[in-house]
Design a protein around this ligand. Structure first.
Ligand code: PBG
Length: 311
């Protein structure tokens, strides 16, 4: 009766990795239980998840090196398998919420989220590329676009371009406070998207900063974001709390690959009890003020809930 917070399956967004091809289900070594799927098998996996009550998915593409270039031009190519998959998924499951990733890194030969020139990330050369990518994703049927690139001004630029092309109802879940974190390792393994040189510190946030997250939130709100995201989650719960108090927009939190991997590893060793520690971790996000939680635990959580092991 007096319990203040409860995680529901509705709060969860399940990240899924996609590769080109057929019959592929390739486990990500540093993220056990998570796979790079080809679209034929991914459709079956999504059907399974829907059965468990999961309604929201975010899709990330693992792109072959031969398709990567400096301009990330494959991100909006006609025959792009990621866009093709979105069309297929939305036509099969029109009622799910399908979220994209907008950033250059899966498609960039430099492995950076922005355009690289002489070792520097050029913010304003990146925006037109993000616009083309975002529009192609909206056209493919994604319901919400997720700019994860941390370029300045990209929410406004993407919003204006979407509106100008009639995509008024496509939402934007902005990675508002995305930190230059060491917790993204397994994700970069999954996509083979680690930067080829340098790091992401010129565009992702300094882990030492809190006020800067508020500044980013004010900018994103004024630029037209529909959701604000904090990423990573667990080491940044104070930021989740701060943004949930400073903004009236819904707050999403990304329980990133490294956070999930460290819990999985401790459970594998028998040092923690997965069925208890995992739901407790997810509850911390709710308590801090997030309503949407992107987590690799989504399917396991939904299974535990269905089995009546979480109340
Ligand atoms: C990059 C992107 C990253 C993640 C989501 N989008 C990694 C990065 O910035 O290098 C990480 C997610 C995770 O670790 O689970 N656009």
């Amino acid at each position: 009766m007096v319990r203040e917070h409860r995680v529901e399956v509705d709060n969860l967004i399940y990240p899924l990795f996609l590769v080109d091809g057929k019959g592929v289900k390739d486990e990500v070594k540093s993220l056990p239980g998570n796979f790079r799927w080809s679209i034929d098998l991914l459709v079956e996996e999504i059907a399974d998840c829907i059965e468990l009550g999961i309604g929201s998915f975010i899709l990330f593409p693992a792109v072959a090196d031969s398709l990567k270039d400096k301009e990330a031009s494959y991100s909006y190519a006609e025959d792009n398998f990621y866009l093709e998959a979105a069309r297929k998924i939305k036509s099969k499951f029109p009622n799910i919420c399908l979220i994209s990733d907008v950033a250059m890194d899966p498609y960039s030969s430099d492995g950076h989220d922005g355009y690289v020139e002489n070792g520097e990330i050029i913010n304003d050369r990146t925006l037109p590329i993000l616009n083309k990518m975002a529009l192609a994703q909206a056209q493919a049927g994604f319901d919400i676009l997720g700019p994860s690139d941390m370029m300045d001004g990209r929410v406004e630029s993407i919003r204006e371009n979407l509106d100008a092309n009639g995509f008024y109802t496509t939402g934007i879940m902005s990675y508002t406070a995305k930190y230059a974190s060491a917790f993204y390792g397994p994700f970069r393994d999954a996509l083979d998207s680690a930067p080829k040189g340098g790091d992401k510190k010129t565009y992702q946030m300094d882990p030492a900063n809190c006020k800067e997250a508020i500044r980013e939130a004010i900018l994103d709100e004024s630029e037209g974001a529909d959701y604000l995201m904090v990423k990573p989650g667990l080491p940044y719960l104070d930021i989740v709390k701060t943004l949930s108090e400073e903004s009236t927009l819904p707050i999403a939190v990304y329980n990133v690959s490294g956070e999930c991997a460290m819990l999985m590893a401790a459970c594998e060793k028998g040092w923690l009890d997965y069925e208890k520690a995992m739901p407790e971790m997810l509850l911390s996000f709710k308590r801090a003020g997030a309503t949407a939680i992107l987590t690799y635990f989504a399917k396991d959580f939904a299974k535990l809930k269905k089995a009546g092991k979480i109340d």
